[in-house]
Design a protein around this ligand. Structure first.
Ligand code: GAL
Length: 800
C-alpha cells in the first residue's frame, strides 16, 4: 500500500475517533460545535468551534504593537516591535453563546474545555459556573447545579490582554468544548483514572490501572477490559474494592504485549465499565499504550529499555493559515511530515497541548515533551502568565497532568521554558515544588525544563534539581555544564534557531548570527542564526560525540505566527523564520538537512539552490548537497566540479557537501552520490526554468471526509513548457472551491506577506503556495486555480 493511502486511511480513522463524539449510554458526551460569536456582546454571528476569531485578520502593525527590550535576546534598549505576536486582532474581548436542550436534568454534568483563549468565564443560564485564567489549559466546570429541563444557555466570555504573549496565541474557543452527562450520580471520573506500565520483558507486561469513581457505595464494581488493536480482549478484571478516594487500583498481566514506540505505535483500548449490581451505569473507552520510559547516566533516555537520542522539534500551537483553531487533519499533516524527516519527538512549546494533538501523536508514533509555562513569577512580557502564576500554577500543572497522563506518546513533562528566575534559590525551590507535583500525579515520567542561563542555573542548584536537566542553545557550554551535573546526562531542550526563508538564497553566502536584508528574508543556505543560537551542525556534533547528551528539540519544526526574529523591528514581518518547514507546511531546504542525518532507514539526496538565476551568469553561486551518502560529485552542464567527501574536521563539511566556487551558467546541475563502497548510488538534477507555462496542483490527500473538518492541502506551483518548476515565480493566483467543499485558507510561507489567509487570491512565494480545502458534504469538491496568462488548473477532491 502506498504511504499516502495509509495516511489517508489513518486520517479518516482518527477523524472518526473524535473524543467528544457521543459514547455508549448512559454516559453522553455532547460535542458543542455550534455557537454564536460576538466581539462586542451585542451583534452575534454563527460560528463553529474550534474557532480563532483573529486569524482572518486583517494584518496590521497596530495589533499588539510593543515598545520593549526583549531581555531573552540580550536586548537592553527598548525599540518598537511590530509583528511580535502576529499582527492580528487577537487582543480584547470575545463572547460565545450556545443553547443545550435537555429532556431532563442529568444526574451529573460537566462542561469540558480543552482550552479557551483566554481567561474564560463560563456562564450557565446567566450564572457564573466556572472560570480559568490560562488560555492553554484544559479545565472542567461542574454544570449540574445550573442546568434545568428544557433550554439552557451556555455562554463564555474571553479576554486577551495586550503584551501577554511572545508569539501569536489566537483568540476564542479554539479547542473543543463538550457537555458530558451521566445518568447515575455514581460515575467514572476520567481525570482520576490512570493506566501505567509497571514492567515489560519476555513478551509479557504488567500494567496497573486505577479507576476513579465518584459517589462510591457498596453496590458498585468496576470491570476493566484491555482490548488489542483487533478488538479482542487481552486482559480483564472485575473489581469492587474502592479506597477512601474512590480509587479501585489493580494490576493486569498482558501476554504477548505489543509495545508502543514511534516505530510501532501499537495502541490498546482500555474499556472501563461501572456496575451497580448487574447494571452498567457508566462506561469509558480510552486508547492506551504499553511502554516504559527511563533516563539514567550511561543509558541516557530509554524507551522500552532501549537507549535512543531524541530527535525532536519544538512546535508552537498555531497551524499557520488555520491559526490557533485546532484541526486534526492539519495536526496529522504536521506529524506526518516530521516523521518523514526522521523526527521522533515534539515539544509543545511553551504550553499545554490540545488533546487532539496528543491523540495524533499516540496513533502516529511521536514522542512528546508536554510543556506548561513560558514564565513563572518574573514577567517576560508586561501582561503575561506571571500575573497568574502564584494563584494558578499548581492548578495548571494539575490539569495538565490529569488531562494527559494516559497518552503513551508523552514521555516527559516540562515545567517551564527559560524561566528568568533560574539564577535564584527561590526559583530552585519553585522548580522542586512543581516537579514534585508532577511526580505525585504521575510517578512514571521524568520532568524537565529548558534553561537558557546555564551558569546561573548550575550555580543556584536550579539545574541540578531537575530529573532531566534541559539546556536551550549554548552548546559550547555543554562540556562545562555536565561536570556540574551529578545526574550525568543532559538534554538539548531547545536547539539551533537557524533562520531561513523557503527558496530564498542570498549572495555571497556568509555564515552569520546577525544578518538581515532589505526584503525581510533570510538565506536558504542554512548558515544564518541568532546571537544566542547556532546551526544544526553544531548540535549534531555534540549529540554524536558526547555520550552524555540524550537528544535535542530543534527550534522549530514549523514556522509560526509572531516572533519574526531577526526582523522583530521590521515591518511588514509577522511570522517566524526558524521553521524547518514554512508557515504553509512546505519544507525548506533544512528539512533535507535534518532528514539526511536523522532518517536512518531511507536515503536522502537533495541539492540547492535552485538553478534559475537570470542575471547571475558568471557569478559565484555555491551549491550545497544534503545527503545521507558520504560523498558526491557535482556536474554543471555535464562538467565535473569535483567530488566532495564529508569531513568531520570542519564545522560545515561534516554533515553537508559544499561546492563553494561554482560559477552560474543556465542549464542543469547534477549531483551523483556515492555510497560507503564508493559506488554511484543516486543522482539528483535541477534545471533552469523558462517562462511559466502551466499551473500544477498537488493535493496531499485526494480523498477526505465530509465530517470532522477534514482538510486537503493543495500545493500550487508553476512549471515551464518542459515541466521544470519555476522556483522564483511570484504570480498572483486566484482560487475557487465548488461542490462538496469550501476554501478554508491559503498561505504562501512569506513572513512579510500581509495578504489575509482567507483571501481568494495570493501571490506565489518562491514558486509555491498552499490552498486548504475543507470537505463539507458527501460528493466531490473542485479547486480551480487561475493566474493571468496561464490556463486554469483544477484539482478534484473526493469527499467521503
Ligand atoms: C528561545 C525561546 C523560544 C524562542 C527562541 C527563538 O530562547 O525559548 O521561545 O523565543 O528563543 O530563538
Amino acid at each position: 500500500m502506498k504511504t499516502s493511502t495509509i495516511y489517508n486511511r489513518l486520517t479518516s480513522l482518527l477523524l472518526l475517533a473524535l473524543p467528544l463524539a457521543a459514547t455508549a449510554q448512559p454516559r453522553q458526551s455532547m460535542n458543542l460545535k455550534n455557537w454564536q460569536f460576538s466581539r462586542d456582546s451585542i451583534s452575534y454571528s454563527a460560528v463553529t468551534i474550534p474557532h480563532d476569531w483573529a486569524i482572518n485578520g486583517p494584518f496590521d502593525k497596530k495589533h499588539d504593537l510593543q515598545f520593549v527590550a526583549i531581555e531573552q535576546n540580550g536586548e537592553t534598549e527598548k525599540t518598537e516591535k511590530s509583528g511580535r505576536s502576529g499582527a492580528l486582532p487577537w487582543i480584547g474581548r470575545g463572547f460565545y453563546k450556545t443553547t443545550v436542550n435537555l429532556k431532563s436534568v442529568p444526574k451529573t454534568a460537566v462542561l469540558e474545555f480543552d482550552g479557551a483563549m483566554a481567561d474564560p468565564h463560563v456562564y450557565i443560564n446567566g450564572k457564573l459556573a466556572g472560570h480559568w485564567a490560562y488560555g492553554y489549559n484544559a479545565f472542567r466546570v461542574d454544570a449540574r447545579p445550573y442546568l434545568k429541563k428544557g433550554k439552557n444557555e451556555i455562554s463564555v466570555s474571553l479576554n486577551n490582554r495586550e503584551e501577554s504573549s511572545r508569539w501569536y496565541p489566537g483568540g476564542g474557543l479554539y479547542r473543543p468544548v463538550a457537555l458530558v452527562t451521566t445518568a447515575d450520580e455514581a460515575h467514572l471520573n476520567p481525570w482520576g483514572c490512570w493506566f501505567r506500565t509497571e514492567s515489560i520483558g519476555d513478551g509479557k507486561a504488567v500494567v496497573s490501572v486505577c479507576s476513579n469513581v465518584e459517589c462510591v457505595d457498596k453496590t458498585l464494581a468496576v470491570e476493566t477490559q484491555l482490548l488489542g488493536a483487533d478488538g479482542k480482549v487481552v486482559a480483564q478484571k472485575r473489581y469492587g474494592d474502592f479506597n477512601a478516594e474512590g480509587n479501585a487500583v489493580f494490576s493486569l498481566d498482558v501476554k504477548d504485549a505489543q509495545l508502543w514506540s514511534p516505530e510501532q505505535p501499537y495502541l490498546y483500548t482500555l474499556v472501563t465499565r461501572l456496575y451497580r449490581n448487574k447494571k452498567v451505569i457508566d462506561e469509558t473507552r480510552q486508547k492506551v499504550g504499553i511502554r516504559t520510559v527511563r533516563v539514567a547516566q550511561y543509558d541516557g533516555f530509554q524507551l522500552n529499555g532501549v537507549s535512543r537520542k531524541i530527535k525532536g522539534v519544538c512546535l508552537h500551537h498555531d497551524l499557520g493559515p488555520l491559526g490557533a483553531a485546532v484541526n486534526k487533519a492539519a495536526l496529522i499533516r504536521q506529524i506526518r511530515t516530521m516523521k518523514d524527516m526522521g523526527c521522533d519527538a515534539i515539544r509543545t512549546a511553551h504550553n499545554m497541548p490540545s488533546t487532539w494533538q496528543m491523540e495524533v501523536c499516540d496513533s502516529m508514533g511521536m514522542m512528546v515533551m508536554a510543556e506548561s509555562f513560558d514564565m513563572w513569577i518574573y514577567p517576560k512580557c508586561k501582561n503575561g502568565y506571571a500575573k497568574d502564576f502564584k494563584q494558578w500554577a499548581d492548578r495548571d500543572i494539575t490539569n495538565l497532568v490529569l488531562n494527559h497522563r494516559n497518552h503513551p506518546s508523552i514521555v516527559m513533562w516540562s515545567i517551564g521554558n527559560e524561566i528568568p528566575e533560574q539564577w535564584s534559590t527561590e526559583g530552585r525551590d519553585i522548580a522542586a515544588h512543581l516537579q514534585d507535583l508532577c511526580h505525585q500525579l504521575d510517578p512514571t515520567r521524568p520532568v524537565t525544563q529548558g534553561m537558557d542561563r546555564a551558569e546561573d542555573a548550575l550555580k543556584s542548584g536550579f539545574a541540578q534539581v531537575m530529573d532531566v536537566p534541559g539546556f536551550n542553545y549554548r552548546v559550547h557550554l555543554y562540556d562545562n555544564n555536565i561536570r556540574q551535573l551529578p545526574k550525568g546526562f543532559l538534554l538539548g531542550s531547545e536547539t539551533a534557531s537557524t533562520v531561513s526563508s523557503r527558496g530564498v538564497y542570498k549572495f555571497p553566502v556568509e555564515v552569520s548570527n546577525t544578518k538581515t536584508y532589505s526584503d525581510g528574508q533570510c538565506s536558504g543556505y542554512d548558515v544564518e542564526y541568532c546571537s544566542w543560537s547556532n546551526l544544526p551542525d553544531d548540535d549534531w556534533r555534540m549529540q554524536d560525540d558526547r555520550d552524555y547528551t540524550i537528544g535535542e528539540f530543534v527550534w522549530t519544526g514549523y514556522d509560526y505566527l509572531g516572533e519574526p526574529t531577526p526582523y522583530d523591528e521590521y515591518w511588514p514581518s509577522r511570522s517566524s523564520y526558524f521553521g524547518i518547514c514554512d508557515l504553509a507546511g512546505l519544507p525548506k531546504d533544512r528539512f533535507w538537512l535534518y532528514r539526511s542525518h536523522w532518517r536512518t532507514d531511507a536515503p536522502t539526496l537533495h541539492v540547492l539552490p535552485h538553478w534559475t538565476w537570470p542575471g547571475r551568469e558568471g557569478e559565484i553561486t555555491p551549491v550545497y548537497c544534503y545527503t545521507s551518502y558520504p560523498s558526491a560529485e557535482l556536474f554543471v552542464n555535464g562538467k565535473s566540479q569535483g567530488r566532495k567527501v564529508k569531513n568531520p574536521a570542519t564545522r560545515l563539511d561534516r554533515y553537508r557537501l559544499r561546492w563553494n566556487d561554482v560559477v552560474y551558467e543556465p542549464g542543469e546541475i547534477k549531483v551523483v552520490a556515492y555510497d560507503y563502497d564508493g559506488r554511484a548510488a543516486a543522482t539528483e538534477t535541477i534545471r533552469t526554468a523558462a517562462q511559466p507555462a502551466r499551473i500544477v496542483l498537488k493535493a496531499d490527500r485526494a480523498t477526505i471526509a465530509s465530517k470532522g473538518e477534514d482538510l486537503s492541502f493543495v500545493t500550487v506551483s508553476l512549471v515551464d513548457n518542459d515541466g521544470n518548476p519555476c522556483p522564483a515565480a511570484s504570480n498572483n493566483m486566484t482560487f475557487k472551491v465548488t461542490g462538496a467543499g469550501k476554501l478554508r485558507g491559503a498561505c504562501n510561507g512569506d513572513a512579510t506577506s500581509l495578504v489575509p489567509f482567507c483571501s481568494t487570491s495570493m501571490p506565489l512565494f518562491s514558486g509555491e503556495l498552499v490552498v486548504v480545502v475543507e470537505g463539507t458534504a458527501h460528493g466531490s469538491a473542485t479547486l480551480s486555480v487561475t493566474a493571468d496568462g496561464l490556463p486554469e488548473a483544477t484539482q478534484t477532491i473526493t469527499v467521503d
